[in-house]
Design a protein around this ligand. Structure first.
Ligand code: ZN
Length: 188
């Protein structure tokens, strides 16, 4: 039976649907990637995660490991590379798994989905998913890596004050006003 983490393949599909909202091929590949990384963890008790893209992979990590962006154990680097790393949080020994484009040659549906070779309406989602399920870890490569945990340290919030612009609390290290009041607000 195909397993993804501690789940059966079908259980994982159900999780993806309820958590992510739809059946994204990237989340299924991501599930196999997390599974491969977890099977190859170096010794240690506590692991942090890195995703090198904000697309799909962070959800796979959050579904299958205790690492979330909220608890700070998952860092998302917006490199746009379909790769993730699990590493021992103190020493930094880790394993990195990436989608290996050379290995995609044998899996034309996955390749055409990944490189967006066909317009979305011409894609056959079921055929893509079937190949992903069949391929499993065969489309990825695992590397041993060493992470410098210092580079990924989340800065402490530090001193907090009330912003004179909006009246909300914000970290003093950001300056006289909060970042939103200094022009970074997304709201019109
Ligand atoms: Zn403000």
């Amino acid at each position: 039976m195909i397993k993804i983490g501690t789940y059966s393949y079908d259980e994982y599909i159900q999780l993806v649907k309820s958590f992510h909202g739809n059946m994204a091929p990237g989340l299924i590949i991501g599930g196999f990637m997390v599974d491969l990384a977890m099977k190859n963890l170096p010794p240690g008790e506590f692991y942090d995660a890195i995703c090198e893209t904000a697309v799909c992979l962070p959800d796979s990590v959050q579904l299958l490991t205790p690492c979330t962006t909220g608890n700070g154990w998952l860092k998302v680097l917006e490199f746009g590379r379909f790769a993730l790393t699990l590493y021992e949080k103190y020493g930094g020994e880790g394993v990195r798994v990436y989608l290996d484009t050379e290995k995609l040659e044998k899996w034309p549906e996955i390749k055409s989905w990944f490189f967006k070779l066909k317009p979305k309406k011409e894609q056959n989602l079921q055929a893509i998913l079937d190949q992903i399920k069949e391929a499993g870890a065969a489309i990825m490569t695992l590397q041993k890596v060493r992470v410098d945990p210092k580079t990924l340290h989340r800065p402490k919030l530090g001193k907090v004050a009330v912003c004179p612009g909006c009246g909300e609390a914000y970290p003093v290290r950001d300056g006289e006003r909060c970042r939103a009041c200094r022009g970074e607000t997304p709201y019109l």
